[in-house]
Design a protein around this ligand. Structure first.
Ligand SMILES: NC(=O)c1ccc[n+]([C@@H]2O[C@H](COP(=O)([O-])OP(=O)(O)OC[C@H]3O[C@@H](n4cnc5c(N)ncnc54)[C@H](OP(=O)(O)O)[C@@H]3O)[C@@H](O)[C@H]2O)c1
Length: 265
């Protein structure tokens, strides 16, 4: 019997590459997007907006009617947000949290009763290297992904008793359309944060020069097959994943200085 995988945000980027790979590997794949036109050949693409409870419930119901089970949930839907904290509209911050944090939690809450009943399930939350550190001019993104990372630790302990495995995967930069879709706080003319504008183009360039989404898809495939997964995984260039390690071992002021130098602060 094929394992059923539910991937949020599978219309592009990492989610799409993962859906294609997992379908190739023999999984029964359901991906979601807010406005899917039609399902690709390789996998099912169904409508779901993670910001709306009714939409999440409807999508899960659709899969259950067809497959009667969901073995693996990959919480991948996410959006970017940039801006100096002082200048970032609260509404934009709320929107980022609605997708990156509450959206993932909504899907988790909808899927857990199913997995508990099966006494089997795997939940993989896609976070970011940015989840491990409050990056300048990306505070909303770091905070929403950091929150998802912490909640994963909670959930993992709470649900082990039901045979459910939970972990995160934190990608470094990946060459997807995320930069063109993210919310950019407009650069103000006389902003006290001129470094923001300068850092924007380098942030976008780093995404363009990031890893192929297919590499992340391979890592996701590896992680979901683990019998006994760790709580956190990461995948990125050496400096990206090394920065997570440096944050753990360096004196905090020293690590902060490294980041500030990088952002010209
Ligand atoms: N690219 C990177 O450098 C990078 C680095 C670290 C972490 N990540 C994380 O990796 C994940 C995938 O990002 P990506 O780079 O592949 O970006 P992407 O190409 O922009 O894909 C994002 C996906 O999320 C979906 N989505 C956005 N808002 C949604 C909502 N409200 N409800 C349901 N689906 C929604 C989009 O689908 P529709 O727009 O069609 O609905 C799309 O399929 C995200 O969580 C991102 O934060 C990316």
């Amino acid at each position: 019997m094929k394992e059923v995988v539910f991937i949020t945000g599978a219309s592009s980027g990492i989610g799409k590459a993962t859906a294609i790979l997992l379908a190739e590997k023999g999984y029964c794949v359901y991906g979601t997007a807010r406005n899917p036109e039609e399902s690709p050949e390789e996998y099912n693409l169904i409508p779901m907006d993670v910001r709306q409870e009714s939409s999440v419930k409807e999508a899960i119901k659709k899969v259950m009617e067809k497959e009667q089970r969901i073995d693996i949930l990959i919480n991948n839907a996410g959006v970017g947000i940039t801006g100096a904290l002082e200048e970032t509209p609260i509404e934009a911050l709320e929107n980022a949290f609605q997708t990156n944090f509450f959206g993932a939690v909504r899907v988790i809450q909808a899927v857990l009763p199913i997995m508990r009943q099966q006494r089997k399930g795997f939940i993989l939350n896609i976070t970011s290297v940015a989840a491990y550190m409050g990056l300048p001019f990306r505070g909303g993104y770091s905070a929403s992904k950091g929150a998802l990372s912490l909640i994963t630790e909670t959930l993992r302990m709470e649900t082990q008793q039901f045979g459910i495995k939970v972990c995160t995967l934190a990608p470094g930069d990946v060459a997807t359309d995320i930069a063109s879709r993210r919310f950019h706080t407009p650069a103000q003319e006389n902003s006290p944060y001129p470094q923001y504008t300068a850092s924007l183009s380098s942030m976008n360039q780093q995404v363009d020069e990031g890893a192929d989404p297919a590499i992340l898809a391979q890592k996701i495939y590896q992680v979901i097959r683990k019998k006994s997964p760790k709580v956190h995984y990461s995948k990125g260039k050496f400096l990206e994943t090394f920065s997570i390690f440096l944050k753990k071992i360096l004196p905090s002021k020293y690590f902060e200085r490294l980041l500030m130098n990088h952002y010209d602060l």
